[in-house]
Design a protein around this ligand. Sequence first.
Ligand SMILES: O=C(O)CCC(=O)C(=O)O
Ligand SMILES: [Fe+2]
Length: 280
Amino acid sequence: MGSKSTNPLELGRSLPVPNVQELAQSDDQIPERYYRPEADVDPVASIDEDELPVIDLMKLLNPELIDKDELFRLGSACREWGFFQCVPFHYRDTLDTYTLKIGKVVDCLYGLMAEDLGVDLQDMLNIFRDQIQSVRINYYPPCKQANKVLGLSPHSDGIALTVLLQANDVHALQIKKNDKWLLVKPKPSALIINIGDMMEIMTNGKYKSIEHRAIINIEERLSIATFHLPSIDVLLRPFPGLVNSNGELYKTISAKEYTREYFAGKLNGKNALESMKLRK
Ligand SMILES: O=C(O)CCC(=O)C(=O)O
Ligand SMILES: [Fe+2]
């Protein structure tokens, strides 16, 4: 199972915006679109380095020696948090080598998830055989009025699995858990992995695609998000065995159509995924 670096850009992409480095340097008014009046109202709790589940990949890489406790922790992280940290990881590569390695980590995670879910490994591998990988480098400029502006609007990721690397030590990622915003402070050597909408659909809601956002700081911040999704013609529907008496929870839709729908709307919470729900 390999990762293709085809970017399905023809289906949609993030909004182009004016150069934020220039904006941050000028003393001009902050443009309207970046204001986030809710910022001062939303309470945000800060969680410790270890509170966001930490998964030790070393304990899971050898298929013959999988640590069952660690696999269980991975499964509960996907069900209860939709976000977790993977250690150890050391970032010293070029972008090409990095994305190649990340593709391998992700392939390995699919296998582990199949085991956790009780899904046939071959079914999982077939879905991701020609998977697409795309990369977004997020630059958040330093801002003197950091608490008044928006970094990245609340959203869930419209793909299957995201791997996020914080390239510097500024904390700004917030995730929504039980209706509360939590500020994530990853371990220095960790990758952050999160479940995306497509995985939520394919697991019939067992794994959760969690709403998250990024705030702005007085210091600049850089993050690298690597997104993974099945090839665009794959139909997104629950794996056999994951549909219980409640039936299928989401419409069946191709990865292509879902990507189109996702980018057609404004980045707004879990809107795109909500519109796929068969019962509201
Ligand atoms: O910069 C971050 O921490 C979040 C990035 C993100 O959520 C995304 O690129 O989808
Ligand atoms: Fe995201």
